[in-house]
Design a protein around this ligand. Structure first.
Ligand SMILES: [Zn+2]
Length: 76
């Protein structure tokens, strides 16, 4: 993947969670660690699987990009 900021090739790697799944929650829905179970967000990793998420790192820009396709919570 090319970095959208500088155009350099990015390094593919994985972010590993610890005991719980990694989840991205929009700031306005973030009510603290306990309520994150109920908040709709983007589940980045699954603690019951290998609990990691593929990501691309640009060492120039010091940014990590995660593709969230198929990870967005569609619950109503
Ligand atoms: Zn870059």
């Amino acid at each position: 993947m090319k970095c959208p900021y500088c155009g350099e090739e990015m390094k593919r790697g994985f972010i590993y969670g610890d005991r719980y799944s990694l989840k991205w929650i929009p700031e306005e829905k973030d009510k603290g660690v306990i309520f994150q179970w109920f908040a709709r967000g983007i589940k980045l990793s699954d603690a019951f699987m290998n609990n990691s998420v593929e990501s691309f790192c640009c060492e120039n820009c010091r940014k990590i990009i995660i593709d969230v396709e198929n990870k967005i919570d569609q619950r109503k």
